[in-house]
Design a protein. Structure first.
Lengths: 237, 237
DNA sequence: CCTCACTAAGTACAGCGTACGTAGTAGTCA
DNA sequence: TGACTACTACGTACGCTGTACTTAGTGAGG
């Protein structure tokens, strides 16, 4: 018979090697690495079962021995790059440590621009995600607050970083699937926006854009946002 | 000849009705409404050019007269539901107004659970998005701060709401494509997590989960997060 | 009235996820 | 040892996707 019955299954609970038949030709990490490689090189949309199998050097359907559904391949990918997080001995200054965490996450997402799109709380309990979360909590040991609050702090920092980096990368990643360049796209949208603002229907937006002419420094924006978030959780204001 | 050359094109800059031939059978709003209807009923993945065309009652390829790429269909959808935002006369209390905005956005996303997935700064300049942004800025008139800061505040509130609601909806929306129920999925993941935590490798996480047993009130979490964000922008602390 | 830009629709193609069937392999047990 | 059986590997096939291209018909402008 084909695949087992439709039982809920967490990929991490499934053993890598079953007892019986021939030993698998690849390890789960190989599959993840192949998928990550394709996503880094050609974008997330290029990650298809066929392409990943080809990258590994096996038949397309053989992949399903390692990954029951494509969704689980994504889960493998997120966990794999989560393992790139460098964990350190907490410094005792939780604000500094959290900022360092945030910058590392941003760097990670710049290295793997598809990561924000796959960020989901559903994947939050993969092995490397657990390591990462435990590390964040360790960094927050000096903060006097219940664990619930600490979890909310970590979630907020992660959420803010993810949102901001997603915005940073959105137009760039979008361009991959468009038949024209990002500069052309930006120019067209800017021209359209200028036209709308000139209509006078949006006086405050027009004022805002007139006031802050020139390109926005997105990294500085993120930095300010993070500072505000940490302030909001800091008992010493 | 087929479609025009590969020029960058903003869907909103393209006139609804060209001067020459027969008048179009549908308006852009009809197309958007059809797509939104399908997404609400059957999920975002059910929004295909074929399905939308069938819902409208026209041939698949006729859709391309209204929407040059599927991506633009998404843009139409986001703008259409953005129009559901109720705008009011600012009260003079910018914190109260921003909270009201946030709750309205959350309600909107619960009505259209696919919306968080489509939230992108690229769509941020559609007609209804502009109306919405201008309204937010109007609510912030009492706040003494440069427009740049106000924009960052709006972005942060929107980002937090989007992230939190996306988390709220993630497992539910995910279940749509899985062959088992959400309860089964949750049970499997909880069992796996319990096993990992019992390993002793993640003492702080184990303590956190032991401390906050029981289901989390996600709405209360969002409420706290929003309060913190507003605090962070409030000059009167 | 003629012209031609436009709308509408059909056909076709490359690619996708994956159900299913088959062949071969290697631990387990009689 | 041989038989059994769970497992790996993989080819074929199906229904679905976005969309390039083609053809036919419509109706306003010159």
């Amino acid at each position: 018979m084909a695949g087992r019955a439709a039982e809920p299954e967490v990929i991490w609970a499934r053993p890598e090697r079953a007892g019986r038949g021939p030993r698998p030709a690849y390890r789960r990490a190989d599959v993840a690495a192949a998928a990550v490689g394709i996503a880094d090189r050609d974008g997330l949309d290029a990650v298809s079962m066929r392409h990943v199998a080809a990258e590994l050097g096996c038949g397309t359907m053989s992949l399903y021995n390692y990954v029951p559904r494509k969704e689980d391949l994504y889960e493998l990918m997120v966990d794999a790059v989560s393992g790139e997080h460098e964990l350190w001995e907490p410094s005792g200054d939780w604000r500094a440590d959290m900022l360092r965490v945030a910058h590392q996450t941003r760097a990670l997402m710049h290295r793997h621009p598809w990561l924000p799109r796959l960020m989901s709380p559903v994947y939050g309990f993969s092995p490397n995600a657990l390591r990462y979360l435990e590390h964040c909590l360790a960094c927050l040991d000096p903060l006097e607050a219940p664990y619930g609050t600490k979890m909310e702090l970590v979630a907020m920092v992660n959420g803010v970083v993810t949102t901001y980096v997603a915005n940073e990368l959105a137009t760039a990643e979008r361009t991959r699937s468009l038949p024209w360049s990002q500069e052309q796209e930006d120019a067209a949208r800017t021209a359209y926006l200028a036209g709308r603002l000139a209509s006078g229907a949006y006086p405050r937006m027009a004022a805002a854009f007139a006031q802050d002419a020139g390109p926005i420094d997105l990294e500085a924006v993120l930095e300010r946002a993070l500072t505000r978030v940490l302030d909001a959780f800091d008992p010493g204001r």
